[in-house]
Ligand binder design. Sequence first.
Ligand SMILES: Nc1ncnc2c1ncn2[C@@H]1O[C@H](COP(=O)(O)OP(=O)(O)OP(=O)(O)O)[C@@H](O)[C@H]1O
Ligand SMILES: [Mg+2]
Length: 224
Amino acid sequence: MIELRNVSYSYIGKNVRVDAVKSISCHFEKGKFYALMGPSGSGKSTLMQLINALVQPTQGSILYQGKPIETFRPNEYRLKYVSLIHQNFCLLPFLNVLENVLYPTSLLKINKQEARIQAIKQLETLGLDATYHKRMPSMLSGGEQQRVAIARAMCTGAPVLTADEPTGNLDSENARHIASIFSHLAHEEKKTIIMVTHDPEMAKQADIVLHLKDGKLLLNPSDM
Ligand SMILES: Nc1ncnc2c1ncn2[C@@H]1O[C@H](COP(=O)(O)OP(=O)(O)OP(=O)(O)O)[C@@H](O)[C@H]1O
Ligand SMILES: [Mg+2]
């Protein structure tokens, strides 16, 4: 589904250069649930940004079903092909819960009525009933905001769902619930799920666990 070939990324500033991702090659397949682990600063979020074409590799290439991702129109790629649950949610503060979830679908040619039904359903599966629909993000707890961001990403229908620490703000019961939703999306709906997590219990539910350290993919996790 998504293949990384010798991908490196460096943040290059005026006086600093940080080599955040170093020559990573890996393959994310359809219908599989991946967990990406590693210490803070090891390059996990940068890798997520690369997969979502929010930054371009300094070296190497990323292929989506065999096609280099730079050959897709960037906005279309980020809407239709991949979706990202941001580490810091990125909810639009001037839209309410339901409007936030519906926003990406409003940019796609999805029937409005159908999109609304889906959005309400996804929010419900994440424990957010109709009483939440009209609340603004500032009126929600961190965990509730996180679940709105998850619902929003799930509503676009993209075949690849990437999640940057999607359960960092959730209690263990809600976190387990999210992991089981991801498992279901991978195994029943044949999505590719890539989830960054620091939580070994969450990682256990994934099919494949990848470990990053200092921007490199470890072949042997005992090197952590
Ligand atoms: N905009 C930026 N400019 C310069 N350096 C950056 C920038 N963003 C991240 N970095 C650096 O790149 C490296 C990787 O950062 P990244 O955010 O990918 O780590 P991470 O594994 O997601 O960490 P965490 O678990 O804390 O979220 C770190 O050394 C970080 O300081
Ligand atoms: Mg991060």
